[in-house]
Ligand binder design. Structure first.
Ligand code: ATP
Ligand code: MG
Length: 395
């Protein structure tokens, strides 16, 4: 029998989860897979750390397990558009099965205007791409549009029935670095494509919301939009309980809902807190049947939050006094009523100043506003920063 000490922590955080590790998300996975199989366009938008990348990874794994060719990239890991384009082309070369020489020739022919210079690294099994002199004269939008058109051509050259997908994570980054002009160019290209299925995911909720929902913007009604909500509580509770119990621990039901409350249902924070609870129970408990209780969750949270104290302190001292007081109100009011006379008065400044503080902290990703609810509701992007404020300010 495997002892408790040798067991792997069942709660993983901070990286993309793969096949069989996601709680729920069946609808979203189905939508991503369908979009790629049917050659459609899908936008997946959600707050930070809600599990977008994990959905994309799992869907990619599942599609590839069939016959699909899927290229998945994170726009944030490319500092410029030409590097992103090189990334698309080398990933396409890598995804194409077949004899090396033939693949290389095919890529060179299809992306001919970009004059890519391909290099194959045998040990890494990877292609790398540099552009010829010609391409460096092309403007960013032209480069990207050429790459997308080339990708469609490549897809059309594949046998019928082989789904081809291009998945771009943190998609808003392309517009951030490429400028607004690139939006229209991308639309013009991909609306004529029917062979490649596109999935674009992003996390700047407000920015992407404007991009997709304003009739004057190019991406308006270009494809299907999915807004990612939290993992349903009942499913997350069941998962947490099962994993604790399966590894030989007992669980008080109230402890699980308390854990979800403290992490505000943000999947990353839920898994992180559960992870540390599990480790502490394993390392510290001498009881016959170590039990997860609400007070144990509280103690663990305090440890986790104070481990990050230098980081949170730095974040806090960089804020103005009015921003700090506004954040304290967000914590105390649980994100609601922030424009009400009572709260504005307690912050001690005018309604306009409070609003400005909320907006600037949303822009700097400390807060996010939840556009799915009618009345403005501000949440912390990192709920543990809210817990740190509670603990240090004695709220
Ligand atoms: N469906 C899920 N079930 C269980 N845990 C999840 C789920 N989705 C996400 N998580 C947890 O959240 C963590 C972050 O997930 P992921 O990186 O996919 O989110 P993201 O939305 O892409 O985040 P970011 O905004 O930082 O890019 C995972 O490592 C995992 O711990
Ligand atoms: Mg991500």
């Amino acid at each position: 029998m495997i002892g408790f000490n040798d067991m792997r922590n069942p709660f993983q955080f901070g990286r993309e989860l793969g096949l069989g590790r996601l709680v729920d998300r069946k609808d979203e996975l189905g939508a991503v897979e369908r979009a790629i199989r049917d050659g459609n366009k899908l936008f997946l938008i959600g707050p930070r750390r809600y599990g977008k990348t994990s959905i994309l990874k799992t869907a990619t794994d599942r599609l590839r397990a069939g016959s699909a060719i899927v290229v998945r990239l994170d726009a944030e890991s490319f500092p410029s558009i030409d590097l992103l384009v090189a990334g698309i082309i080398s990933a396409a070369a890598k995804a194409l099965k077949g004899e090396m020489k033939r693949v290389g020739e095919q890529i060179q022919r299809i992306f001919s205007r970009l004059r890519p210079e391909l290099d194959y690294n045998v040990t890494a099994g990877e292609w790398s791409v540099k552009f010829g002199v010609e391409a460096s004269r092309l403007e960013n939008p032209v480069l990207l549009v050429d790459a997308l058109n080339g990708f469609e051509k490549l897809a059309k050259a594949q046998p019928d029935g082989v789904p081809i997908g291009l998945i771009i994570d943190e998609f808003q980054r392309i517009v951030e670095i490429g400028g607004r002009a690139i939006e229209g160019q991308i639309r013009a290209a991909i609306q004529t494509h029917s062979r490649v299925g596109y999935v674009f995911a992003g996390s700047k909720t407000r920015m992407l919301q404007d991009m997709l929902m304003e009739p004057t913007r190019p991406f308006y009604r270009l494809g299907t939009n999915i807004f990612l909500g939290p993992v349903p509580r009942a499913d997350f509770s069941r998962f947490l309980k099962e994993k604790f119990v399966a590894t030989g621990l007992a669980v008080e039901d109230t402890a699980i809902s308390h854990l979800l409350d403290l992490a505000e249902d943000v999947p990353f924070n839920v898994q992180m807190l559960a992870h540390h609870c599990w480790t502490r129970l394993r390392d510290e408990s001498r009881a016959k049947l170590p039990t997860l209780t609400s007070s144990f969750v509280d103690e663990t949270l305090r440890i986790v939050v104070f481990q990050q104290d230098p980081f949170y302190t730095q974040l806090w001292v960089a804020l103005t006094a009015i921003q700090q007081r506004t954040l304290m109100s967000v914590v105390a009011e649980k994100g609601k009523n922030l424009q009400s006379a009572r709260v504005v008065q307690s912050i001690g400044k005018g309604a306009g100043t409070v609003r400005q503080a909320l907006l600037s902290m949303t822009a700097s990703s400390i807060l996010r506003d939840d556009p799915s609810v009618k009345h403005a509701n501000f949440r912390f992007e990192d709920p543990f920063f809210a817990r740190w404020i509670e603990l240090t300010a004695g709220l």
